[in-house]
Design a protein around this ligand. Structure first.
Ligand SMILES: *[C@@H]1O[C@H](CO)[C@@H](O)[C@H](O)[C@H]1NC(C)=O
Ligand SMILES: *[C@@H]1O[C@H](CO)[C@@H](O)[C@H](O)[C@H]1NC(C)=O
Ligand SMILES: *[C@@H]1O[C@H](CO)[C@@H](O)[C@H](O)[C@H]1NC(C)=O
Ligand SMILES: *[C@@H]1O[C@H](CO)[C@@H](O)[C@H](O)[C@H]1NC(C)=O
Ligand SMILES: *[C@@H]1O[C@H](CO)[C@@H](O)[C@H](O)[C@H]1NC(C)=O
Ligand SMILES: *[C@@H]1O[C@H](CO)[C@@H](O)[C@H](O)[C@H]1NC(C)=O
Length: 507
């Protein structure tokens, strides 16, 4: 107490104190963002032992895959010239288990190679019916695939036409949900395989997709540059695709949709390569959202992604041939579906030309139900919620050599759409919130430390006044201790810049 009663020593102490807090505070004012940057760089990289590696290999949040079918109610009338009518049936919900298989570091540890394995387990209580029982009438996809493959040869087309008659293989078929998804032996394909043994005789929209992967991916770890975190280097050993007609269309850009770089910007375009669509798509910022208390940016594909070549000349390379160019909102993916006339779109032709919606009775596109979006935490790049929604359609049109197709106008006929959704689980969201709190503290370090300094200074002055009042009292020693206790209680204090103000106060 002798120290405090001497004015000159008191001043010395005060100066020391102010220097202690204000100098580092000023220094970190400029360094605040860099600290955050360094921190995220160390934590968000795809190497063994980093914060994100395990959850990247085996993501903890549950993923649900829901299928909705369009049950065709007037196939006979349609073939006679009436507008087709469909009724949406669903959801048939599956829990999707994802993990990365055979993860190994390649290129001297600069990149990581992995296979994305997915498997699906049916959830009866989240579904409308039993997929083994429910019958859906829809386009006979194998027949359309075969017809398209033989249309250039009169002789082959005639033969297939005869087979279709004898097998009663029509333009539409009725199958159970299980058959349509997981596969059934198609009599026409069996007949075709008799002459071309390489033809697969089983058809299903998800055939061989249970417990399998879509080829080897090599990703950047993000260790050298955080902007490269999760970026695809090659897919199946290729740096770009070969399906399309331009370099732009064939490019593999961005990530696979499971990892995004930290420190996201509202102005940036996020690129995602999707093997299902056989192309790279992009998303743009739509709005700020909050999921389980975590702030997020919502990114969604803008209409330009699937715009026609007239509206977006970049998309010209996606026309299989210049003659076979479809309109806005649909993408013919036949080059990567062995020539089958498969067309991808958003559900109910959301964001597509109204002519596609108007051609089918029973469709009503809505943003809330049919939009694809990703909610990403901008600081860490972590996915907090996502809905991937896509529709499978078949292009029906007149095919020379097949009299049954004679009266058909070109129609993009909807078969099924899916909604693959994920939301961050509670344990991960708690951990993410803590991480955000820390990085928030670190990036606001100057303010925190100045604030803390002001509070401590006030406490100090109050205590000093009390100490002066009781100058001669022996209790003075204890009057000082609450300051020390308070500092000890605050674990954040100085942890990140290695400040130890307590030691100096005592000195
Ligand atoms: C689909 O429509 C057909 C007749 O149009 C009907 O018999 C069948 O029950 C429908 N399927 C489902 C799953 O409702
Ligand atoms: C085919 O399209 C034309 C012009 O769009 C239309 O007039 C005609 O009714 C359509 N025919 C059928 C069978 O849908
Ligand atoms: C993973 O590696 C094992 C052993 O090398 C191999 O048998 C298996 O096929 C690989 N898995 C994939 C998905 O390639
Ligand atoms: C997928 O495979 C898993 C096991 O490998 C099985 O339990 C599940 O029923 C399969 N799902 C379907 C839809 O066949
Ligand atoms: C679906 O069709 C099969 C074969 O025609 C029939 O046995 C089954 O009862 C039908 N299922 C329903 C739910 O109607
Ligand atoms: C997926 O999308 C469908 C169609 O819009 C919607 O009805 C369903 O509730 C969505 N599923 C989840 C889990 O949000």
């Amino acid at each position: 107490m002798l120290i405090l009663s001497e004015p000159s020593v008191f001043c010395l102490f005060l100066c020391q104190y102010l220097k202690m807090f204000l100098l580092p505070a000023r220094a970190s004012l400029s360094a605040g963002n860099d600290v955050l940057f360094l921190m995220s760089q160390q934590e968000i990289v795809l190497v063994e032992g980093s914060r994100v590696f395990d959850s990247w290999k085996k993501p903890p949040p549950p993923v649900y895959m829901q299928f909705y079918f369009f049950n065709m109610t007037n196939p006979k009338e349609f073939l006679a010239g009436t507008k087709p009518e469909v009724k949406q049936i669903g959801p048939y919900t599956y829990r999707e288990y994802r993990y990365k298989d055979n993860v190994s570091m390649v290129a001297n540890g600069k990149m990581v190679s992995a296979y994305n394995t997915k498997s699906f387990v049916f959830l009866r209580e989240k579904s409308v019916g039993d997929p083994a029982e429910d019958n859906i009438t829809t386009v006979n996809i194998p027949a359309w695939a075969v017809m398209n493959n033989v249309k250039d040869s009169f002789w082959k087309a005639s033969m297939v036409s005869i087979w279709m008659n004898s097998l009663k293989s029509d333009l539409f078929t009725t199958r159970t949900v299980d058959e349509l998804l997981w596969g059934y032996k198609d009599p026409l394909l069996v007949r075709v395989a008799g002459t071309k043994p390489e033809v697969e005789t089983v058809f299903g929209l998800m055939y061989k997709k249970n417990g399998s992967n879509d080829g080897e991916f090599i990703y950047h770890t993000g260790e050298q540059n955080y902007m490269d975190y999760g970026r695809i280097e090659t897919w199946k050993g290729q740096r770009e695709l070969t399906f399309w007609r331009s370099n732009y269309s064939n490019s593999i850009v961005g990530s696979d949709g499971s990892a995004f770089h930290p420190l996201l910007d509202k102005d940036e375009r996020i690129h995602i390569f999707t093997p299902d669509l056989c192309r790279t798509i992009y998303m743009e910022f739509e709005k700020d959202v909050e999921v389980k208390g975590i702030p997020a940016y919502r990114f969604t594909p803008p209409p330009s992604v699937l715009a026609s070549k007239e509206e977006n000349p970049d998309n010209e390379g996606f026309c299989v041939t210049p003659k076979e160019c479809l309109g806005t909102g649909v993408l013919k993916v036949s080059p990567c579906r062995k020539g089958a006339p498969v067309v991808a779109s958003f559900p109910h032709f959301y964001l597509a030309d109204n002519k596609y919606v108007a051609a089918i009775e029973g469709l009503s596109p809505e943003r809330t139900h049919h939009q694809t979006f990703l909610d990403l935490n901008p600081t860490t790049g972590v996915i907090v919620r996502a809905h991937k929604r896509a529709q499978v359609n078949i292009l029906m049109q007149r095919i020379p050599g097949f009299p049954t197709t004679r009266s058909l106008n070109e129609t993009v006929f909807p078969v099924m759409f899916l909604n693959e959704s994920v939301e961050i689980d509670d344990a991960s969201s708690e951990r993410l919130k803590k991480l955000l709190l820390i990085s928030n503290l670190v990036s606001n370090f100057p303010l925190v430390i100045v604030g803390l300094g002001v509070i401590l200074l006030m406490v100090f002055v109050i205590l000093l006044c009390r100490a002066r009042k009781q100058k001669s009292s022996a209790e003075d020693d204890t009057a000082y201790s609450p300051v020390n206790d308070k500092e000890k209680e605050d674990p954040q204090n100085g942890t990140y810049i290695g400040l130890t103000p307590k030691a100096n106060v005592e000195a």
